[in-house]
Design a protein around this ligand. Structure first.
Ligand SMILES: Nc1ncnc2c1ncn2[C@@H]1O[C@H](COP(=O)(O)OP(=O)(O)O)[C@@H](O)[C@H]1O
Ligand SMILES: [Mg+2]
Length: 265
């Protein structure tokens, strides 16, 4: 679904490449998690595959379409992105307006908009907030509206860039539940950048970035078993070490799937 070849990206004025030769295929309708230390290039990557940034070098294909100036409109329809900071992704002055804006852009008949908006907001448990101004909402509520706004555009790919990292535990739980719900009920390709190992372990697929490169990809269970890799990736999260080290000494006697299931009980 997302095919990336020899992708490089350098920010204006920067000496180093933020992405320095990235090759990856992200499968359709799967849930792919992206991990990596701060500054490893994850957000840059997500902005490149959603057509927000232009590659310095290399190629990106979305569903077979190469991202270039002439295909940008098409790409933007196919890829939706939700950012880490809940505060800078609203366009509308009310929650309803914000969703309506996306629907207008997709040429939805204005007469049909209200029920669609209501339905989308109900899905993220924000049905009673239609007339609220976004800045009066909590962080978790804002992220839920941001997800509904992206769903309104009905993209084939949805990217979540650390969408729970600024939320309190309750807000985080609510948002993760919605992501899981999208995974189960809609045919979407989901890409989630996260430091949350509870989330990563549930993914179909995992990609690890380090210093602007992809250093590994595969199933999360497979990758987390690999001590060397976890060390090398410098993922700043003690939990992964806990999982990784337990896996190591439990493997001889325990089945890895059974072990991981038990860990979350
Ligand atoms: N707007 C920017 N201008 C210049 N350099 C940037 C900008 N955003 C990110 N970078 C640099 O690019 C590299 C990758 O950053 P980023 O993609 O944000 O990493 P991550 O999301 O993995 O934390 C880092 O070295 C970072 O300092
Ligand atoms: Mg980032």
């Amino acid at each position: 679904m997302v095919k990336v070849r020899e992708l490089k990206f350098k920010y204006q004025g920067a000496k180093k490449y933020a992405l320095d030769g990235v090759d990856i295929d992200i499968p359709k309708f799967k849930y792919t998690v992206i991990l990596g230390h701060n500054g490893s290039g994850k957000s840059t990557f997500s902005k490149l595959i959603s057509g927000i940034y232009k590659p310095t070098d290399g190629e990106i294909y979305i569903d077979g379409i190469m991202i270039k100036k002439s295909s940008l409109r098409q790409i933007r329809k196919k890829v939706g992105i939700i950012f880490q900071n809940p505060d800078n992704q609203f366009i509308g002055s009310t929650v309803e307006d914000d969703l309506a804006f996306g629907l207008e852009n997709s040429n939805v008949n204005p007469k049909l908009m209200f029920p669609i908006i209501k339905d989308l907001l109900n899905k993220v448990d924000m049905g009673n907030f239609l007339n609220r101004e976004p800045h009066t909402l909590s962080g978790g509520q804002k992220q839920r509206v941001a997800i509904a706004s992206v769903l309104a555009l009905n993209p084939e790919i949805i990217i979540f860039d650390e969408v729970t990292s600024m939320l309190d535990p309750k807000g985080k739980e609510d948002v993760l539940k919605i992501i899981q719900d999208i995974k189960l009920t809609r045919q979407k390709t989901l890409i989630s950048i996260t430091h949350d190992m509870d989330e990563a372990i549930l993914a179909d697929n995992c990609i690890i970035f380090s210093n602007g490169k992809i250093i590994a990809s595969g199933s999360p269970k497979e990758l987390f078993k690999n001590h060397e890799l976890i060390k090398k990736s410098k993922i700043d999260h003690p939990f992964i070490y806990k999982v990784s080290s337990k896996i190591d000494w439990m493997i001889p006697t325990y089945d890895i799937d059974e072990f991981l299931e038990n860990l979350w009980k």
